[in-house]
Design a protein around this ligand. Structure first.
Ligand code: FAD
Length: 490
């Protein structure tokens, strides 16, 4: 093995985070073995072809772009991504309201989850020193010796010796690496996996017969219905992938809608404009088992200086801020920077990695949980929308003083999540006071409103905190290139 005396690295899980980590570490001279339980999903095993198919999509934003830019894959991925500049709120009467995500040239981007994963695996395979092992399911791990056991179809149990190396658990929400760590005798591991009351199923709105979009393309569509909601993200082929989030149990829930009539009435009543566009919503609803949503907290992330968790394995969150993968990509970027900073000295890198990430990931887990209420309920609430309008106007007047919380999380990729959470809490206090001004509904544009906001912001938000919130190393970058995409203006 020729890796100039550096440790070998095994990564368990070739999801988006494991594959990105493999690329980053290989480029730093490490020999990396990437183990994945699934078979290779790429249509062409040599995998030069880019992913074309329809699939589950997700929202990629600036933290994700920053990590992808670090490995030079951002442009290739952006070529297939669709910018979503606003939320499009679908009221129950079918009326539409557009809520911009940020300033004019800011967007989140709809990308295919499988597509981005496959592109990252292909790039990983192209790196010297990386070997990808599909159909290798981790079943055992000796934390002392570093010996890993995998189930490999046709080969039975395979043992891989990582004695000289490090092991990363990038194996997702139900991480086997994490479970094995918890079983270690004598380890003090604090851990929780909380199931949310909501579960979800995916539905589809197909492209029209000429391949065009049946709804506004450059938007994330939301049908907020308080205790449940439907969302839709666009795909390059003209279709939308929709997700219905709803309680698993209760008066109106996946379990209570237990026959076709009830399901049909439900869609007709709550999603009258979406119902005729969806492909077989009733049959799909009846056929699909709802998937769970979980939050994972674990401490420590690093076990016996040899094994570390990353991505969802360390911090699974609910998808309501669109940050799970972005946050996992940020884990990789930060870790990669720490490798340089600590000159490849892992006994320093791993504790620094946990120190840098744990608090921030706890913060985004919390923010994501809170955002369900904002998306499913408040997005259709007039007072909440007024609050957002005032904040946006003030932010335009004083960008040095105020970046809305959503923008801090989504468009300020170097701002730690924990800081966004802390600043957001002070902003909430300030806005509560402003919203209590008499006749704010009529006077929201009045100078006195913004004078009060200015005074409170000066008093309560420290200049140091704010200076960091406005920096964005991606500008000019994907944000500016957005305005070059003709469809956005169309
Ligand atoms: P995973 O994607 O779970 O990958 C883990 C990999 O490990 C898998 O390939 C799995 O097969 C493999 N594996 C598991 N066990 C083993 C084993 N024993 N041995 C070997 N391999 C194993 N994030 C966003 O940023 N934006 C969004 O808009 C967004 N929307 C979402 C919507 C929904 C409905 C959900 C559920 C999630 C969403 N997310 C979103 C979150 C995002 O999908 C995850 O954060 C991201 O996939 C985490 O990547 P990962 O590589 O850490 O884990």
């Amino acid at each position: 093995m020729t890796n100039q005396g550096k440790e070998d690295i095994a990564i368990v899980g070739a999801g988006p985070v494991g594959a990105l980590l493999a690329v980053m570490l290989a480029r730093k001279g490490y020999k990396v073995d990437l183990f994945e339980s699934r078979p290779d999903s790429r249509p062409d095993a040599s995998a030069r072809a880019l992913y074309q198919g329809k699939s589950i999509n997700l929202a990629l934003s600036d933290r994700g772009w920053l990590a992808l830019k670090a490995i030079g894959l951002d442009e290739e991925i952006r070529a297939q991504a669709i910018p979503m500049t606003c939320r499009m709120i679908h009221a129950i009467d079918g009326s539409l309201a557009r809520q911009p995500y940020g300033r004019e040239n800011q967007a989140i981007w709809s990308v295919s989850r499988a597509g981005i994963n496959e592109q990252l695996i292909t790039l990983a395979e192209q790196q010297a020193g990386v070997e990808v092992h599909f159909e290798h399911k981790l079943t055992g791990l000796d934390f002392n010796s570093g010996s890993c056991a995998f189930d490999a179809p046709g080969k039975g149990q395979e043992r891989v010796d990582c004695r000289r190396g490090l092991i990363f658990g990038a194996d997702g929400t139900f991480s086997k690496v994490r479970r094995l760590a918890q079983e270690l005798p004598g380890q003090r591991i604090s851990y929780s996996l909380d199931y949310m009351p909501q579960s979800y199923i995916e539905l589809t709105i197909p492209a029209s017969s000429d391949g065009s979009f049946l709804m506004e393309k450059n938007a994330l569509h939301i049908w907020p219905r308080k205790n449940f909601m439907l969302i839709a993200l666009p795909n390059p082929d003209g279709s939308f992938t929709c997700t219905l989030f709803m309680d698993l149990q209760g008066a109106l829930s996946f379990e209570s809608l237990d026959d076709e009539h009830k399901v049909s009435d439900f869609f007709r009543k709550y999603f009258p404009d979406a119902m005729p566009l969806l492909t077989d919503p009733v049959a799909t609803f009846m056929a699909k088992a709802p998937s769970p949503l979980c939050l994972v907290h674990i401490d420590p992330w690093v076990i016996q200086e040899k094994v570390a968790l990353i991505g969802d394995a360390a911090h699974a969150m609910v998808p309501f801020y669109g940050q799970g993968m972005n946050c996992g990509f940020e884990d990789c970027r930060v870790l990669s920077e720490l490798v340089e900073q600590h000159q490849h000295h892992w006994p320093d890198i791993l504790p620094a990695y946990q120190q840098a990430r744990k608090e921030n990931c706890d913060a985004i887990i919390e923010l994501a949980k809170r955002n369900f209420v904002e998306m499913s309920d408040l997005a259709g609430d007039a007072r909440f929308l007024l609050r957002k309008k005032i904040e946006a106007k003030f932010s335009e007047m004083h960008p040095e003083l105020w970046i809305p919380l959503y923008s801090m999380v989504t468009f300020s990729p170097e701002l730690p999540y924990a800081q966004a959470l802390a600043v957001g809490e002070v902003q909430k206090e300030i806005m509560d006071e402003v919203m209590n001004l008499p006749d704010i509904e009529q006077n929201w544009q009045a100078d006195c409103t913004y004078r009060l906001l200015y005074q409170l912001a000066q008093e309560k938000l420290t200049p140091n905190t704010l200076a960091k919130t406005v920096s964005n190393p991606l500008s000019p970058g994907p944000l500016n290139s957005l305005s070059q995409q003709k469809e956005v203006k169309a």
